[in-house]
Ligand binder design. Structure first.
Ligand code: FHN
Length: 413
């Protein structure tokens, strides 16, 4: 388990995939648009179960290509993939024996998307993980439905009939998994949440459990959606995030974040000690929206040249929160300075290390570094950036230092 935690902590970057029957509606049902996230359409527009489940007969995403999606994941520099095996709508996107309401038995598509993704993950060295909505199930009569009262419902029956058998299937049908990504535990008791965690521990002792298993029982903390902690949290955390304004595909959502914003979010999260789980939402044919592919392409290009400044890095203590032009990451003996702004030099004060050399990470070009000692500042470094430097979203400078631990001196007023 400790090895898996280290793997996850070092991986830093994962792909989230929200894909389910809701993509057929793409944010609109019978002429009515939802203004909330698209995978919630069944709940938000009060679509009756019989009407919603009829969508399965139309689900035939003939363009779905697991190999292509996992290559996109790998080429973006992501190390794990979390696929919605069952979201709140209750529809299993894998071959489930516990419920016929699944992608193989209930759709003309008839293929196990989860198995295809898992096989592709194995080909490309990506760790497969499953999202599973353990409490909310809008299809099963006894599942939670958002904040609606559970009066007259038999939640235990839902757990025994559907949830527990399905999680067991996921843990036994697809080989070793990186994570079970539980979500929205609602009012589940600590005992029930513990049982969900233990299911994973018993079947796959090395598989991690997301923070949203409930009652703080996860192997790390999952932040709120798209929420980046202001400072290092001090423990492992993961930020699940969207590229536009929704998780499941919506034809009308154009709130695309720029590649620049996404890449800088990655650096910001990693500099605070967290992982970034960035979502794609394939459409009804199985295609990934072009805007997502473009943005991931930009991040992938950065990661190919600068991945060393992201993977297996740790935050720099104490965290220099008053710098507004970039962020820092570190490894033993190396400080990575992520420069977002266009500037001729970088001036750092109160450095606690003795530098050996500085260079641009993307091409190894040596950089001039001048060190000074003043009465106001213990040590200051000035690093000059070349004049012909092409404009980059994040220019990474690596400074190798004499010590293993990287640190800024405590700043006292
Ligand atoms: O309700 C879900 C939502 O649809 C989506 O799956 C996100 C991803 O983190 N989790 C829940 C809301 O936090």
């Amino acid at each position: 388990m400790e090895d898996m935690k280290k793997w996850w902590r070092d991986a830093k970057f994962g792909m989230f995939i929200h894909w389910g029957l809701y993509v057929l509606l793409a944010g609109e049902y019978k002429g009515q648009k939802t203004d909330n996230i698209a995978e919630w359409i069944m709940h938000d527009l009060d679509i009756p179960v019989e009407e919603y489940q009829a969508l399965a007969a139309r689900f035939n995403p003939v363009h779905f290509d697991a190999d292509k999606i996992v290559r996109l994941c790998r080429d973006t520099g992501m190390k794990y993939l979390v696929f919605t095996a069952k979201h709140h709508d209750g529809f299993a996107m894998y071959h489930s024996k516990a419920s016929g309401y699944n992608i193989v038995d209930a759709t003309p598509f008839g293929r196990d998307a989860a198995m295809e993704l898992k096989e592709a993950c194995d080909r490309y060295g990506i760790r497969m993980c499953f999202y599973y909505s353990q409490a909310q199930d809008w299809h099963h009569p006894d599942g939670f439905e958002d904040a609606k009262p559970m009066d007259g419902k038999d939640f235990r029956r839902y757990l025994d009939e559907k949830c527990v058998p399905q999680v067991k299937e996921l843990l036994t049908q697809y080989g070793p998994l990186g994570l079970i990504w539980y979500d929205t535990p609602m009012d589940m008791s600590r005992e029930d949440c513990l049982a969900m965690r233990n299911l994973v521990r018993e079947a796959q002792p090395d598989c991690l459990v997301s923070g949203r298993v409930g009652h703080g029982l996860g192997d790390y903390m999952t932040t709120g959606d798209n929420f980046i902690p202001l400072l290092p949290y001090g423990k492992d955390f993961e930020v699940p995030a969207t590229i536009n304004g929704t998780w499941g595909y919506s034809s009308g959502d154009t709130r695309w974040k720029s590649p620049e914003k996404l890449l800088r979010n990655l650096v910001k999260i990693v500099s605070r000690g967290g992982n970034y789980l960035l979502n794609i939402g394939p459409d009804a044919l199985g295609d990934v929206p072009e805007k997502s592919v473009e943005a991931l392409g930009v991040i992938g290009e950065f990661m190919r040249l600068n991945g060393e400044s992201i993977y297996a890095t740790r935050p720099v203590p104490p965290y220099p929160y008053d710098i507004d032009w970039g962020y820092f990451t570190a490894k033993p003996g190396k400080l990575y300075i992520h420069v977002f702004d266009d500037m001729p030099d970088v001036y750092l004060i109160n450095m606690g290390n003795v530098p050996r050399r500085a260079y641009l990470l993307c091409d190894g070009r040596p950089l001039e570094l001048r060190q000074r000692e003043t009465c106001e500042h213990v040590h200051s470094w000035r690093i000059f950036l070349p004049e012909d430097l092409p404009r980059q979203i994040d220019t990474v400078i690596c400074v190798e230092v004499e010590e293993q631990d990287i640190r800024f001196e405590e700043i006292t007023d």
